[in-house]
Design a binder for this molecule. Sequence first.
Ligand SMILES: [Zn+2]
Ligand SMILES: [Zn+2]
Length: 255
Amino acid sequence: MVQNAEEIQTKNVNGKNKTYSIEFFQGAGAIICTYKGEKRNRENLNQVPYIERYGGKAVQIIGCLSLVLGIAILVGTVRIMNYLAELNFEESIYTSVFLTGLYPGIKICSIGNSLLWKAGYVKATRCKRCHRNYAYEEREEPDVKEISTEDSYAVTVTRHWRCKYCGHIDNSKSPEKIKAYKGLKEMKKVTGEVKCEKCGRTEFNFEYRNPDVKEDPFGTTVVETTTKYYKCNYCGNLNITEEETVYETTPWDFL
Ligand SMILES: [Zn+2]
Ligand SMILES: [Zn+2]
């Protein structure tokens, strides 16, 4: 890939000023954006049950079993409901079977999913030198790298750890729950909503390419960021806008 431009941009996203370094590549239309992310409070990860006594493998196995059990309950519920539907049972029976099967099924699945993720995180924060669990603390903001092309979008996070017991320093890719994917551009003309950062005009056609969507869940909240691309009709400058929304997770989110 041939790099043809590099820019430093500061943007105000939801009241926070963020500095991005953006590289543009010819050909594939790849844009690599790097910036500082946020440190995270991981106190609740210290509550992973039994991990100290039985180790990460055991928690992973329990996580897998919970997922399988949860899915089996969900599949079973659907089967029973089909059967009841064939027999024309009263609607109230139908609804109660649905609720008693669906809720525990989803709950057990999400416990399994959360255990698997936590086991992965505990592994990532175990010191590589002194081998203690929950040893790493973040010593500075992580480096986030986003690679966006016409039809792909990927996000990686490198966290800077320091072991609180032996002081070992480790910079490594961190397992995150980020979902990154391409959205679909809106097929309506952009009028007056976007201002060109170079020439100040507001003449744009449609979005230049499909937007990048990133869902970053942590604890009970999800931060969803949508990055959109607009090319100025007048000067050809590619303008990049970012929108951030925060919402609470629901039990469905593990799916
Ligand atoms: Zn250590
Ligand atoms: Zn312009």
